[in-house]
Design a protein around this ligand. Structure first.
Ligand SMILES: [Zn+2]
Length: 643
């Protein structure tokens, strides 16, 4: 396919709609409109075709991918060129995130970002080294003076690498607008990247958005495979629905010459040929990144490992790229109503895919013929608790006990084998259910916690504090504190990892377990008991205080083992050591040579530290001392006399 100008393409296709958007969203448009197509040069091998391992807007676990990931032939050390004239405005060195990273500001107000570098060019490397020695710190975040380091387009500013949170060699490249929003480089236009592959629409989910809604006569969230393997085409029959429902799409885009599954920036939903919902991830605001957790379906991701893109906007979702949102994307289907739905997905190069289907409105029926999809005996979806029980046609009433009393429920629907009861958690927080056969089941909700307000949950031996910024939406908390029979240590468990957290929950626990002494005990998340993860915490007067950033199981563990330090080599005036720590993990390190601070570069992925002197010609000789501390406060020291 011929490479076409992005906006021209959109204007041709959806002329009126985009003209309206142009008028309404003039500031957003201007970000691209002001940029000359040739202003930027590709930062890696600009004379060759390049390949991406990630595109902009891709749905990552905790953020929208802000920029493009350019493949570097699987190796490090490729020349990285400044994309346009300008000056170096920021240099960052660190172990997480962008690793070694350069920011260049350009005369038109935009800036470009080059991340996960192996190293900087000579001039920038020398400046950074001097600053590291001045600050006695490996990790630095530097802001050189305006025009202190001018650069020309195409000039080498560094070499590609794998530093920071990168998991394979590549260059992460960003173009930012003057107000620091990230723009999509592919929309500005680089002919080094080719894409004539349309997005792949793999699965669709239809979800009931009210206790009275149904999808094919049932309450819940139902996934449909869109890829018919026999016909290679898209396949979705008429779906019978009733009430308020939401659509979710599982899709990905591929670019030429790479197998990576990238994000789909543009998704339009048409209902009876009218544009109903449209998202266009054409810029990313760092302040809103966390909302990826409600742009996607967190609960479904926990259950299916698939990250679905909601085609509706939840209450309190502040993301700006929903350019059309009739009824916030929610569909209302009345009995006998027919809605023709068409979902179109488009990549930054204008390649399109679509799926069409019919929603047919039905009345709610109680006796259904389909198989009932029951996971376990209970399941929580939004404000509704679902109870599944083997059908007993003589007596099918259940009694639900809550704090205030009890209520009797009949099945909301059933088939030959199973009853399904739907309980509105906004009205009642069940503690126990008694089924017709006399069987009892504890449900044990601890509390209903509203979003956007401060809330304390106080139990006998622990408390949980929610701030205004902890939750995205109301949650139904199930928490417990007990002493583990085997370890005799306290456990705090917040079950149902179905709710994303925006901020932390402050927990205080009265310790009831058996401990020889509480020194060097810390909280660890033990969702995977084989790999406990350090969560900190402090203990005072038998009370443990810590902050919870995710639901799950927490307990106290003791780390008495100091970190291990091993000398690897002393070669070419550089000492290389490996450091590691068993349980709590490395917290900090510091080296001295003959009493003077010595820079140690750190690559935690390789457990590697290596020295770098300010004066590279000075022989690395004398008393070398390296201190390494773990998160539990254990310290190791390596002392060497280098001759
Ligand atoms: Zn990246």
């Amino acid at each position: 396919m011929k490479k076409r100008n992005y906006w021209k393409l959109r204007l041709n296709k959806k002329y009126i709609f985009w003209l309206l958007i142009l008028l309404l969203a003039a500031p957003l448009q201007a970000q691209y409109g002001n940029i000359d197509k040739d202003y930027f040069e590709f930062p890696i091998q600009p004379k060759k075709e390049n390949y991406l391992s990630g595109n902009m807007g891709e749905l990552r676990s905790s953020h929208f991918h802000a920029g493009i990931d350019i493949k570097t032939e699987g190796k490090q050390g490729m020349e990285v060129h400044s994309s346009a004239d300008g000056f170096v405005s920021r240099i960052r060195v660190g172990t997480g995130g962008y690793g070694n990273c350069i920011y260049v500001e350009h005369p038109n107000g935009t800036s470009t970002v080059y991340a996960h570098l192996r190293n900087f060019n000579e001039v920038l490397a020398q400046y950074t080294l001097e600053e590291q020695y001045k600050r006695k710190s490996f990790a630095v975040n530097l802001f050189p003076k305006r025009n202190e380091f001018p650069v020309k387009q195409g000039q080498i500013i560094g070499y590609s690498g794998n530093s920071g949170s990168s998991t394979g060699p590549h260059l992460h490249f960003e173009i930012r607008s003057s107000d620091q929003k990230v723009l999509d480089p592919l929309r500005i236009g680089f002919n080094q990247i080719k894409d004539n592959i349309p997005p792949v629409l793999e699965r669709l989910a239809i979800k009931t958005m009210s206790i009275h809604s149904r999808v094919n006569d049932q309450f819940g969230r139902f996934e449909f495979n869109l890829r018919d393997e026999n016909s290679q085409g898209l396949n979705l029959d008429t779906v019978q629905v009733n009430g308020r429902i939401g659509l979710e799409l599982y899709a990905f885009d591929q670019l030429n010459g790479a197998s990576n599954r990238n994000g789909v920036p543009l998704i339009d939903v048409y209902v009876n040929d009218e544009l109903y919902f449209s998202q266009d991830i054409d810029s990313i605001d760092f302040a809103l990144q966390k909302n990826i957790l409600i742009h996607t379906n967190y609960q479904a991701e926990r259950e299916t490992r698939r990250r679905y893109n909601k085609l509706y906007v939840d209450d309190g979702n502040p993301l700006q790229f929903y350019v059309k949102r009739m009824n916030d994307g929610f569909l209302h289907v009345k009995p006998n109503e027919i809605k023709h739905v068409r979902i179109e997905a488009e990549d930054a190069y204008g390649n399109q895919s679509l799926v069409q289907f019919v929603l047919k409105g039905t009345e709610n029926i109680t006796c259904i013929s389909d198989e009932i999809k029951s996971r376990e005996s209970t399941y929580t979806l939004d404000n509704t608790l679902m109870l599944f029980q083997k059908r007993d046609s003589v007596n099918d009433k259940i009694t639900v006990y809550n704090k205030e009393g009890s209520a009797v429920y009949e099945p909301s629907y059933y088939n030959n084998d199973q009853n399904v009861y739907l309980i509105d958690l906004r009205k009642s927080l069940p503690r126990e259910v008694v089924f017709p056969n006399g069987e009892k089941q504890e449900i044990h909700y601890s509390d209903r916690v509203p979003a956007a307000s401060e809330h304390s949950f106080l139990a006998d031996t622990y408390s949980l504090q929610f701030s205004k910024n902890t939750l995205f939406d109301t949650i139904y908390l199930r928490a417990s504190h007990y002493v583990d029979e085997e370890t005799k240590h306290d456990v705090l468990e917040i079950s149902d990892d179905i709710y994303p957290l925006k901020g932390g929950i402050i927990a205080q626990v009265q310790l009831l377990g058996e401990y020889d002494s509480l020194d060097q005990y810390h909280v660890y998340s033990v969702d995977n008991p084989r790999y406990p993860s350090f969560a900190g915490g402090t203990i005072e007067d038998g009370k443990l205080n810590f902050t919870i950033y995710g639901f799950g199981k927490y307990t106290l563990l003791k780390d008495l083992e100091p970190p291990t330090i091993k000398k690897r080599s002393v070669e070419n005036n550089i000492i290389t050591v490996t450091i590691s720590d068993e349980l709590s993990g490395i917290n900090n390190f510091e080296a001295h040579l003959n009493g003077e601070w010595l820079l140690m570069n750190y690559e935690p992925k390789l457990n590697l530290l290596w020295s770098e002197q300010l004066d590279k010609n000075k022989p690395l000789k004398g008393e070398f001392e390296l201190k390494v501390a773990d998160n539990a406060g254990n310290e190791s020291i390596l002392k060497l006399n280098i001759e």
